[in-house]
Design a protein around this ligand. Structure first.
Ligand code: ZN
Length: 139
């Protein structure tokens, strides 16, 4: 485990805008508050979603699209820098009317409504290509 000790410098509560992309809203908010490293939790609902599944053999992300209203039963993620931009690495458990769920790496989703908690740390997280996993991992 590669690790560092961090101290919280700020905490925020935010409400998502209807009709805008879930992940992009987190990224633009992180930019607004100059977060170079942060962790977040969120909940709410989306009108559609695109999850990415990382195939560990192919070393490729494969998208799975859901064009239906889904509850964001749980969403967690973090903010770091990737290729010069803030990146919100976002995972979510999304639920349907019957209570069944789909889950994974949330690339995109049109927000219906949502609430965000963001905790900012006194460090800067950067992602770089990892030869073993072929993922962009924290340095
Ligand atoms: Zn992921």
């Amino acid at each position: 485990m590669d690790y560092r000790e961090v101290t919280t410098t700020a905490e925020y509560l935010g409400r998502f805008e209807t009709g805008e992309d879930w992940r992009q809203q987190i990224e633009s908010f992180a930019g607004e508050v100059d977060a170079d490293a942060a962790w977040f939790m969120a909940m709410g609902a989306v009108q559609d979603a695109e999850l990415w599944f990382y195939d560990q053999d192919d070393k490729e992300y494969y998208p799975v699209e859901f064009d239906e209203p889904l509850e964001v039963a749980s969403c967690t993620g973090n903010i770091s820098w990737l290729d010069g931009d803030r990146f919100a690495h976002t995972h979510a458990v999304l639920s349907r009317e019957d209570g069944s769920t789909v889950a994974g790496h949330l690339n995109a989703g049109t927000t219906f409504a949502g609430e965000l908690y963001l905790r900012v740390f006194d460090t800067e997280l950067n992602r770089e290509f990892d030869d073993v996993t072929e993922l962009d991992l924290w340095l």
